[in-house]
Design a protein around this ligand. Structure first.
Ligand code: IPE
Ligand code: IPE
Ligand code: MG
Length: 231
């Protein structure tokens, strides 16, 4: 089992188009999928789940789609927070919280504060997240803190990332058949395993998750070393 699973939840728009529905209906269907995936992750004993919900680049989509998405995200928090909290899920945010509109920002911050003491599953929500932005942000804060160059190493940089204190993702899953990272966890995924599936995110169910985890279990992670054949 991966300790940290990260998912690029892609394909909502195509899922909707295939049904003759507006893109926003795909985003709604995508959030309805969250509950079953979260439940499955807690059952499988995954400790950290990072979900890519909205990238820094996604701000460039039409204002209607952006507004619709933000509204949907807000209602997901309203709808799911009690149950997530009851299930011991600790919610964290990774990304540019300052970009969110004040109401959504406040909801995210309240969800984070309310669930801080939970430890069954850490749910990182990547919302207005970009990997390059995260690195720029880290460099700025390192400079602002007056850290001398010789003290800068990989551990220190990790400490300045939004994911500070968490293990790197063991497995990154991307739905919808695209095979790229799209600015997701580019620092943290240096040695992650990748799994791509053609399923659109709203169709990615527990069975699809099982398949991804099964493939992960077959992987040999070498981290640049030579693995001795056993006996
Ligand atoms: C993923 O689905 C959700 C977000 C990026 C917010 P898309 O909206 O990218 O769906 P496709 O890729 O156009 O099908
Ligand atoms: C990546 O999907 C971002 C999220 C899933 C939130 P996109 O649909 O935005 O990525 P590209 O444009 O296909 O690379
Ligand atoms: Mg997409």
């Amino acid at each position: 089992m991966p300790e940290h699973l990260a998912i690029i939840m892609d394909g909502n728009g195509r899922w909707a188009r295939a049904r003759g529905l507006p893109r926003i209906a795909g985003h709604r269907a995508g959030t309805e999928n969250l509950r079953r995936i979260l439940t499955a992750c807690t059952e499988f004993g995954i400790k950290v789940l990072t979900l890519y919900a909205f990238s820094t680049e996604n701000w460039g989509r039409s204002p209607t789609e952006v507004r619709g998405l933000m509204n949907i995200l807000e209602s997901v928090i309203d709808r799911e927070l009690d149950e997530l909290h009851a299930n011991g899920v600790q919610i964290r945010h990774v990304g540019r919280i300052e970009d969110l509109d004040p109401r959504l920002r406040q909801k995210v911050e309240q969800a984070v504060a309310r669930t801080r003491g939970n430890d069954r599953l850490i749910l990182n929500v990547a919302l207005s997240y970009g990997g390059r932005d995260e690195i720029v942000n880290a460099v700025r804060r390192i400079v602002a803190d007056g850290i001398p160059p010789e003290r800068i190493d990989e551990v220190l940089i990790g400490y300045y990332m939004y994911t500070a204190g968490l293990p790197d993702p063991d497995l990154v899953v991307r739905t919808s058949g695209e095979m790229r990272i799209s600015n997701f966890l580019i620092w943290q995924a240096a040695y992650s395993e990748f799994y791509f599936t053609p399923a659109y995110w709203p169709d990615f169910d527990e069975e699809e998750l099982r398949k991804a985890l099964f493939h992960y279990a077959q992987r040999e992670r070498r981290f640049g070393l030579v693995v001795q054949p056993s006996a």
